[in-house]
Design a binder for this molecule. Structure first.
Ligand code: ATP
Ligand code: MG
Length: 301
């Protein structure tokens, strides 16, 4: 059964889509069948995977709102082992049209439940908001990956996100774990990037992935060529970093299996710690999907 990972941060431009596309491609290249769900009406993941805007294309909207079978919406992302559920601007309407629907928070979960057995990983690229679509993504997920840009005010909004995650865990999805915090757009030439990365590691401890995504122009260029960076420039630092991240995600999953931790590894007793973290206090006991997390903070590689 697939591990479903929402890639979420309500702050815009932090690297959610870049992560969905390139982690997805890297997982597929590691023989992990992967589905990426574009859950953002901006449709950036859809275009970054080589599908230009097309009003005739069926998207997640048709499945969520018009109950079209999801199998008819799934596209072959032109990378072996990688599929895509596309999005377009109509999805803006879905966030509103879902409001009167019964079990509105669980619509996406219901829609994808029949296809999870086909995949090892499902990555959901969320919009930069905490609207009903994002709530649907988090309700359908086993865990959430939070990309944070290594820049001034990096933590802005993160406590609000953690607060929302805690509320979701209390109400909608008690099993939701933290897959990890991902440091993105790291520039090792600047003191600021180093300082922000160090601060985030001391704040979030072992929940931060060891892999750091560097600022890399190839990562920014690849979407305009409609392909993941590993097909655009396999030797780039950007491609290397996402391949490394895929290895870390897979290794964490294997460790969880060895330790006998299922997808309910969210540690219900940790609600208070996470709430405290959300309020800006020590977050070291936030529930996590990372089996390393109990051992304190690992240093950067
Ligand atoms: P939104 O909140 O609007 O959905 P996002 O969080 O999905 O944004 P991206 O679209 O992935 O963020 O990235 C924002 C911009 O930064 C894009 O132009 C992308 O190409 C660029 N970018 C992302 N990661 C990197 C990186 N590591 N190095 C260089 N450029 C990057
Ligand atoms: Mg995006």
């Amino acid at each position: 059964m697939a591990r479903v990972i929402a890639i979420a941060n309500q702050k815009g431009g932090v690297g959610k889509t870049t992560t969905a596309v390139n982690l997805g491609a890297s997982l597929a290249a590691s023989e992990q069948r992967t589905l990426i769900i574009d859950c953002d009406p901006q449709g950036n993941t859809t275009s970054a995977l080589g599908f230009p805007k097309d009003p005739a294309r069926r998207t997640l909207y048709q499945s969520l709102i018009l109950d079209e079978p999801i199998e008819r919406i799934i596209l072959d992302a032109q990378v072996e082992g990688l599929d895509l559920i596309p999005s377009d601007k109509n999805l803006v309407g879905a966030a509103i049209e879902l409001v009167p629907v019964e079990n509105r928070e669980y619509k996406l979960k219901a829609v994808i439940s029949g296809i999870l057995a086909k995949y090892h990983y499902v990555l959901i690229d969320c919009a930069p908001s905490l609207d009903l679509l994002t709530v649907n993504a988090l309700a359908a997920s086993d865990s959430v990956m939070v990309p944070i840009q290594c820049e001034y005010l990096a933590l802005e909004g993160v406590s609000e996100l953690l607060d929302t995650l805690m509320r979701l865990r209390r109400t909608i999805n008690p099993a939701l774990a933290i897959e990890g915090i991902l440091l993105t757009m790291y520039d090792d030439r600047t003191t600021l990037s180093k300082q922000v990365a160090a601060d985030l590691r001391s704040f979030f401890g072992a929940q931060v992935f060891e892999t750091v995504i560097p600022r890399n122009v190839r990562l920014a260029e690849a979407p305009s060529h409609g392909m993941p960076v590993m097909f655009y420039d396999i030797h780039s630092k950007g491609a290397e970093s996402y391949i490394q991240l895929a290895r870390e995600v897979i290794a964490n999953a294997q460790k969880r299996i060895r330790q006998g931790i299922g997808s309910t590894d969210s540690g219900a007793g940790d609600n208070n710690a996470a709430a405290a973290a959300a309020a800006g206090a020590d977050s070291s006991r936030l529930p996590t999907g990372n089996p390393n997390s109990s051992g304190g903070s690992p240093g950067p590689e």
